[in-house]
Design a protein around this ligand. Structure first.
Ligand code: ZN
Length: 158
């Protein structure tokens, strides 16, 4: 990890900076997350539904689907729809697991639903597996010890 100011200066160069690469990875993860959910819920993921979920325009989705296919995260056949590859599904499941743990913690702490959702969507891309493991342990403990959770809630809501 370098100095963020130095990295920002590096973005002028043709090679993508570390920050740009992270943003690109976050976008990929968002697409895989939404596609996985849509396929689970509806049996298929249409370009229109993906666009609605991510609040982008369908042509943006189409070009991203091509990039995801080129990276072997999904297979997109005209008239046959989108299917995640094993590699794509693995990332989707990992994002969804991170999402659910972070979301549960924020909800437990009394963060209001829409804020919790928005923050979770950001945090889920920038959290290391070791940190998620710790949060998972904390959430499990608080779930099993509602009195402790109530004391925490009372304290932070004062
Ligand atoms: Zn998410």
């Amino acid at each position: 990890m370098g100095d963020p100011c130095f990295l920002a200066v590096g973005s002028d160069l043709a090679r993508p900076s570390q920050i740009e690469q992270q943003e690109e990875m976050s976008r990929l993860e968002d697409y895989l997350e939404v596609i996985y959910h849509l396929i689970q819920e509806k049996g298929y993921a249409s370009t229109v539904a993906i666009a609605e979920n991510l609040q982008v325009k369908p042509p943006t989705v189409s070009s991203m689907l091509q990039r995801l296919a080129a990276k072997d995260y999904l297979v997109h056949e005209p008239y046959r729809g989108i299917r995640l590859t094993e590699k794509g599904a693995k990332i989707a499941k990992s994002v969804i697991a991170r999402h659910s743990i972070v979301s549960e913690l924020l909800t437990m702490l009394g963060v209001q639903n829409d804020v919790a959702y928005q923050d979770t969507e950001g945090i889920e891309h920038h959290i290391q597996p070791v940190t998620i493991k710790k949060i998972e342990g904390l959430v499990g403990f608080l779930r099993d010890n509602p009195k402790v959770l109530r004391a925490i809630r009372d304290h932070i809501e004062k």
